[in-house]
Design a protein around this ligand. Structure first.
Ligand code: C5P
Length: 239
């Protein structure tokens, strides 16, 4: 099973993005989200790929099965490494996503990961607004099970849910976890956070790290530190 640190490129445009990437001399795994993709389009994907980086294209599709199928066929042509959809779209939509990706991909089909419940949703919102009268963890696990039955490769979840998901759905079902912070970091808008060491112990396969690295005065050094903590369990900062 591959494990890696994915840097969230939550920048407003390509200038800021490449100013950040230019500081690194190694191949990275990066996440391009809606704000950057809707501003710069597929050109930014091609430019990042040309530099040899791996890409998680985080567009969180959620629409009727035919639309998702056709969109995934187009996304397949972008030759990215990971994409995602909302599990709330249902099994038929998830199966259509996989079919579209398989037909559209030039090389290997990218990993397709399901978003279960957004971490910004509370139990109150789930119960009162969405009328789901179940426990959050039970709901997340159920949606993850639907994702596995629809041939998705894994889910986005907090590292605290990683071990439950692996226990029930197996170690080959990938968990991708945002909400990562180093000790003494600001939490910003994240609530359920874990350190990279914690995420490793809880069995996350990929961690997504944004502001801890992108806002740092020495992002390269901090990235190396996060990698060492996550992949090797080392707490030694610097070289
Ligand atoms: O800066 P920070 O490390 O909090 O960034 C986390 C990244 O992961 C952001 O790009 C955010 O959109 C994404 N994300 C998240 N929680 C989810 C799904 C995605 O924080 N449930």
């Amino acid at each position: 099973m591959n494990k890696d640190v994915i840097i969230a490129l939550d920048f407003q445009n390509k200038v800021e993005t490449f100013r950040f990437l230019d500081q690194f001399n190694q191949k990275l795994y990066v996440k391009v989200g809606m704000e950057l993709f809707y501003k710069e389009g597929k050109e930014i994907i091609e430019n990042i790929k040309e530099r040899g980086h791996s890409i998680f294209l985080d567009l969180k599709l959620h629409d009727i099965p035919t639309t998702v199928y056709k969109t995934m066929k187009n996304i397949g042509e972008l030759n990215v490494d990971m994409v995602n959809i909302h599990t709330l779209g249902g099994k038929e939509m998830m199966n259509s996503a996989i079919l579209g990706l398989e037909e559209g991909s030039i090389n290997k089909r990218p990993l397709c990961i399901g978003v279960t419940l957004l971490t910004s949703l509370s139990k109150k919102t789930l119960n009162d607004e969405l009328l789901v009268n179940k426990d959050i963890n039970e709901t997340i696990l159920h949606y993850a099970k639907n994702a596995k039955e629809s041939h998705l490769d894994g889910v986005v979840c907090s590292s605290l849910e990683s071990s439950i998901i692996h226990d029930h759905l197996g170690l080959n079902f990938i968990t991708v976890t945002p909400g990562i912070r180093l000790e003494n970091d600001l939490y910003h808008d994240q609530v359920r956070v874990a350190t990279p060491t914690h995420a490793r112990i809880l069995g996350s396969d990929y961690i997504v790290v944004g502001r801890t690295i992108t806002n740092d005065s020495n992002p390269v050094k901090t990235y190396e530190f996060v990698r060492k903590q996550f992949l090797e369990g080392s707490d030694k900062f610097g070289y």
